[in-house]
Design a protein around this ligand. Structure first.
Ligand code: SIN
Ligand code: MN
Length: 290
C-alpha cells in the first residue's frame, strides 16, 4: 500500500494518518479470537492494571502467537511505514493493550520517542507507532487522543512516572500539555481522537503527544500497538527486558496481503516460553563495529 502525496503532506502536518476499517471483519476476527488465551497466561509479558487483574498490556505476542506474527509482517501495515521512513524496519515493540470494560486505566500524556530515547538510547525519532483496533473504538471506551502537530516540537520535557499506573512512563506535565493544545487550536482541533470500527489503523509519529482516558464503558477497547523502527536507528542500550524493547534488528519481510486469512509459515521463537535472556536487563551499550 503506497501513500499519496496528500497523505504524506497530512502526516507531516498533523503527525498521524487514520485508515478506518483497513482490515476486514474476517481479518480482525483472526486476531481478536487469539486474545483471551494470551491474556489468561500468568507470564511476565502480561502487565496487569494497578488495581485489578485485567491485562493492561500484553507484550511481544508476535514472538509466540501465529496470528500476531502474521500481522507483524502484514504489507498493509508495514508498507506505508516503510514508505514514510524510506528504509527497512524492525519491530522495536509489540503490544496488545486491553483497556478492558470498566477496568482499563488511563495512559498519561506522553511521547513514545521520549521513552525510547531515555530508556533504550534510540538515536533519532525515525520510528513509527501503529495502532490497530481489535474492538470498535468510540467516545466512551477510552479512545487514543492526539495533539495534532505536537510532533514538530521534537522531544519535549518529561518525567519518569512510576506511580500513576502499573506501567512506568515518561510523561509530559499538564502546563506543557495546555500550551501545546492551545497552540494546536485549543477547542478547535487542539485535541483529536480517531474513532472507528474494529480493523481500523492509525499511523502516528513517534514524537506525537498522546494519551487516553480510563474505560468506564461496558465495551472493551483492545488495540494492537506496533512500534516499527528504521533498522539503522536501532536501540543502543538494553536497559529494558527484551520482551519490552526488542534486540533483534532483522528487517521485517512482508507476507502476502491475505496473510490473516490463510496460513503462512512464520517463526515463533518464544512459542514454548521466553528464554531467560528476554527477562534480563543490561545497561551495557552495544559497541558498534566501525
Ligand atoms: C500507548 O500510548 O502506548 C497506549 C495508549 C492507549 O492504549 O490508549
Ligand atoms: Mn504511547
Amino acid at each position: 500500500m503506497k501513500l499519496s502525496q496528500a497523505q504524506r503532506d497530512q502526516f507531516d502536518l498533523e503527525g498521524y494518518l487514520f485508515f478506518p476499517g483497513l482490515f476486514t471483519t474476517e481479518e480482525t476476527r483472526t486476531l481478536q479470537s487469539a486474545v483471551p488465551d494470551l491474556y489468561s497466561r500468568r507470564e511476565a509479558y502480561n502487565v496487569r492494571e494497578k488495581d485489578s487483574q485485567a491485562v493492561r498490556t500484553n507484550f511481544a505476542a508476535h514472538m509466540y502467537s501465529e496470528p500476531f506474527a502474521r500481522l507483524a509482517r502484514h504489507p498493509r501495515m508495514v508498507g506505508p511505514v516503510e514508505d514514510l521512513l524510506g528504509e527497512k524496519l524492525y519491530m522495536h515493540q509489540f503490544k496488545i493493550n486491553g483497556k478492558m470494560a470498566f477496568e482499563g486505566d488511563v495512559w498519561q500524556w506522553h511521547q513514545d520517542y521520549g521513552t525510547w530515547l531515555n530508556d533504550d538510547l534510540m538515536p533519532t525519532e525515525r520510528a513509527m507507532n501503529v495502532a490497530i483496533f481489535l474492538d470498535d473504538v468510540n467516545e466512551y471506551n477510552g479512545p487514543l487522543m492526539f495533539i495534532p502537530g505536537s510532533h514538530k516540537k521534537g522531544v519535549v520535557e518529561a518525567r519518569h512516572d512510576l506511580t500513576t499506573t502499573s506501567y512506568p512512563l515518561w510523561t509530559v506535565d499538564n502546563d506543557l500539555i495546555a500550551t501545546l493544545v492551545e497552540r494546536g487550536g485549543g477547542k478547535n482541533g487542539g485535541i483529536v481522537s480517531p474513532k472507528g470500527p474494529a480493523g481500523s489503523m492509525i499511523l502516528f509519529h513517534s514524537c506525537l503527544v498522546h494519551a487516553s482516558s480510563s474505560n468506564l464503558s461496558p465495551w472493551d477497547r483492545v488495540s494492537v500497538y506496533l512500534s516499527l523502527c528504521a533498522v539503522s536507528n536501532h536501540i543502543r542500550r538494553f536497559k529494558r527486558p527484551e520482551f519490552i524493547a526488542h534486540r533483534d534488528f532483522t528487517p521485517i519481510q512482508h507476507l502476502a496481503d491475505d496473510c490473516l486469512l490463510k496460513s503462512y509459515p512464520v517463526s515463533l521463537p518464544w512459542r514454548h516460553g521466553m528464554p531467560a535472556s528476554a527477562l534480563r536487563t543490561s545497561l551495557e551499550e552495544i559497541r558498534l563495529a566501525a
